[in-house]
Write a protein that binds this ligand. Structure first.
Ligand code: HEM
Length: 103
């Protein structure tokens, strides 16, 4: 269970991330590719060069996906549930399913 202070800090962080979601998301993707090169195969249909239009657009999508799925911005304790839905969606989607990729 998160304390009131922890919830306030998380809400503040989301507030700062949202206006620069494309930058933060593209950077996170780039770090994932550097740390786990195998993950690049999932994105072979996109231009994965740093800060490409695809990476900025996809980065924004992933950063905004979580707050968008929370029932309310002041309920960060629901984040785990939101991530669980994202996880299931990735497992069942044609483009993200591990069955389609060699990882
Ligand atoms: C917290 C982690 C993650 C979040 C919040 C997230 C979120 C999303 C969202 C919102 C979409 C768009 C879905 C749609 O348009 O219907 C997406 C697509 C996708 N995700 Fe993730 N994702 C995460 C982690 C990952 C990881 C670890 C991988 C693979 C290594 C991955 C691979 C993909 C791919 C390949 C697509 C489709 C891209 C395209 O064709 O445009 N995701 N993700």
């Amino acid at each position: 269970m998160l304390s009131k202070k922890q919830k306030e800090l998380i809400a503040e962080i989301w507030g700062r991330l949202t206006p620069v979601a494309d930058d933060i998301g593209a950077d996170a993707l780039h770090r994932m590719f550097a740390s786990y090169p195998g993950t690049k195969t999932y994105f072979s249909h996109l231009d994965i060069s740093p800060r490409s239009a695809h990476m900025l657009s996809h980065g924004k999508k992933i950063v905004l996906a979580n707050p968008a799925r929370l029932p309310a911005p002041d309920r960060p304790d629901k984040l785990q549930g939101a991530l669980a839905r994202t996880s299931v969606r990735h497992q069942t989607s044609k483009s993200t399913s591990c069955k389609k990729h060699s990882i």
